[in-house]
Design a protein around this ligand. Sequence first.
Ligand code: SF4
Length: 469
Amino acid sequence: MLLLPERVEDYVGADNPVRFVDAFVDGMDLQSAGFTRVQAEVTGRPGYHPADLLKLYIYGYLNRVRSSRRLEVECYRNIEVIWLLRHLKPDFKTIADFRRDNRAAFKQVFREFVVLCRKLDLFGRELLAVDGTRIKAVNAKDKNFTKTGLTKAIKEADERLDAYLKQMDESDSIDKASRSGDHGSDGGGDVADKDEKLKAKQDRHKSLLKQMHETGESQISLNDPDSRYQSGKVKAGVCYNAQIAVDCKHKLIVEQDVCTQVGDLGLLAKTPEPARALLDVETIDVVADRGYFKIEDIEACEAANIIPHVPKPQRGPAVREGFFAKDAFRYDAEADHYICPEDQRLSPLYKSKSRDNIKIDYCNRAACRACDLRPRCTKTFRRVSRLENEAVLDRMAERLVARPELMDDRRNSVEHPFGTIKQWMNQGAFLMRWLENVRAEFSRTTLAYNIRRALTLVGVTGLMAALQA
Ligand code: SF4
């Protein structure tokens, strides 16, 4: 005999996170967040209210259920969902349509929760760690084409077509000989078949290459046209670039975005700028890895009251050849010269334009000629280049020297969200295609991460109290 409680309410305890999801969505102004159908049409039957479907999605992402079909199933068998939706049972099409029609609004939901966490004083509001990760798109590797890959494939197909032609010629002559000697054919038809297929494939590749030249794109993805082939330290794939800005106090995500850019260069200010506004602070420190090092971005950050801390990557011809890196040369701003490892002065000699900047080369030919360190420094005489606006990098280098612990803080702060999202939440691949859909998906993922984190920090009671404050 089973003596189950008679009310659904009795299954959902006071500290059940589903109660927070319910109260959080009920407290939101969905119309101004951008959700459609908040007011039912005057004519016809009223549809599902967006609040119910939003609750379902937040609950689903919190519990690793993301697909519309699986969410539909949960509406029938999951007592928490039955409580949350008050026995409503939308079908998967309704659930999926809601997701498609409101994709721009999910970011606002994410931001509403950030504001709630700010009320709870869960942000340090002093240091943001910025990082990006590649998240797999709905596009297989063999459905992605780059210019280099296509050119190579077309060339290889030409070579194979030549080989088939030769093979067919040989098979023709064997045929002739066999007819006279009464032997069978050796299957020249197979080769002709392969030849046809290869030609068709090559034509497809040629038309894709033509399309790339016409549009100026460097890649084409067939299943999800917005996704890009990106290679990383461990493996490569067709992915999106997901960026986050994490507050270092409790590793909560303050801002996030997804883009199609390969690599992080140029994205330093992308998430910290809105994050600073959300945290409502005048200035904020930002730490990122070497992949973000770009003088224009560092200048832009300083102009936007964001204090960047990005270590300088060791690159350039001198480093490649094993000579002293530029760090070994000290710049004297007052005298405008560099002091080299041999304590010699390198003075400004040449000025040139480098992209949008003016580049000045410093050198001292006479000193290099007589220098014992020359084999470790240069082949002829050493030039050290400096951009006209490089003072911004000097300021940043001084800040990094003063706070060496920042790089550890960065790693500890950004690895937690990415690790949790990919491993624990099992969201290392997107379910949706197209950039706008993927952005909405990542907003739901990061919202779920933040809710989980806040639940660990203050519990359901703390979150409920903040809602009522
Ligand atoms: S080679 Fe020239 S720049 Fe290099 S350490 Fe010697 S003097 Fe200085």
